[in-house]
Design a protein around this ligand. Structure first.
Ligand code: ZN
Length: 168
């Protein structure tokens, strides 16, 4: 992970999904991460259902500071089960380790080598930042994991859209 990605994570955390409040930033990020519906980064970074890219994986936004670790049971749009089997997310822990390790190394490297912080100052800053980023990394790992297992399905999206159309 390079500095751009770390910054991206922080921006994502701070500004959430509010494209109206911050159109410039949204466009900037959309270009970097190719946040287009139907592409993996869209579903991963916006915490959307991997199959239809419509429903949310989590019931709350990170900045709401509630129900950090709760996940929706099913997709509100296409009804995909987000936990297809018990222990499905064990693998997400390894992704979480990898992200955390890379982040720690990058953080310590930048603070000591670039900003010239001492080791104690760096570790204190790292602790503080980690407390904030912990939830984000937890959610991101799960989002990456389910996206590795389940892929976007245009046919399913069309099917659901047609069914909703008939109902209306
Ligand atoms: Zn869905």
């Amino acid at each position: 992970m390079d500095i751009g990605s770390v910054l991206g994570l922080i921006l994502e955390l701070n500004f959430s999904n509010d494209q109206f409040l911050n159109p410039f930033l949204y466009t900037f990020r959309a270009n970097i991460f190719q946040l287009k519906k139907g592409k993996k980064p869209y579903s991963i970074f916006k915490f959307k259902c991997p199959r239809c890219h419509e429903g949310d994986l989590f019931p709350t936004r990170i900045m709401e500071f509630t129900k950090f670790f709760d996940m929706n049971k099913r997709c509100s749009y296409c009804n995909l089960h987000f936990t297809p089997e018990p222990g499905f997310y064990y693998g997400a822990m390894f992704i979480s380790y990898i992200i955390t390790a890379i982040f720690f190394l990058a953080f310590v490297g930048v603070f000591i080598l670039v900003f010239g912080f001492g080791v104690n100052q760096t570790l204190a800053s790292l602790f503080f930042v980690t407390c904030i980023l912990f939830v984000y990394i937890f959610r991101l790992s799960r989002s990456i994991w389910i996206n590795m297992m389940i892929h976007y399905n245009q046919a399913k999206v069309d099917e659901v859209a047609a069914a909703k159309h008939i109902k209306d």
